[in-house]
Write a protein that binds this ligand. Structure first.
Ligand SMILES: [Zn+2]
Length: 135
């Protein structure tokens, strides 16, 4: 895994389960890090996500997905928020996270998951005034 300039802590989140929290300030638009995992097929990814409430799989294209299910990467703990402070960029077979704005510790890192396998059925708990309610 590529070294990261920033320090993080994984701890219990008010949003869902465990979350990833900043321990050092992060400037706007900076790359925060990359989700590490293994490449699996989209078909395998969809089979796995059916059985899981919390997912750590990102679909990369029509055929491939990146699974961090069995990988200890801090970035799989980034929770969804309707008003996130990071965004996810898929570049070829990589999933990178960038700061949307300046982030100050001890803020939790959040990301808008966009379309998920929950198909708008999972209640969102992001507590943002801009919350859409479901993801
Ligand atoms: Zn929300």
């Amino acid at each position: 895994m590529a070294p990261t300039l920033y320090k993080f802590k994984v701890k219990i989140s008010k949003i869902d389960g465990k979350g990833l929290f900043a321990c050092s300030p992060i400037a706007a638009r900076k790359k925060i890090g990359e989700l590490s995992g293994k490449i699996i097929t989209v078909a395998a990814a969809r089979r796995m996500t059916k059985k899981m409430k919390r997912i750590a799989i990102v679909e990369l294209d029509d055929k491939h997905a990146l699974s961090a299910v069995d990988t200890e990467t801090p970035f799989k703990y980034i929770n969804h928020s309707c008003r996130p402070n990071t965004y996810m960029r898929v570049i070829q077979k990589r999933v990178e996270f960038y700061a949307l704005r300046e982030i100050f510790p001890p803020e939790e890192l959040t990301c808008n998951y966009g379309e998920t396998h929950h198909d708008g059925q999972l209640k969102c708990n992001c507590k943002s005034p801009f919350c859409k309610g479901y993801l």
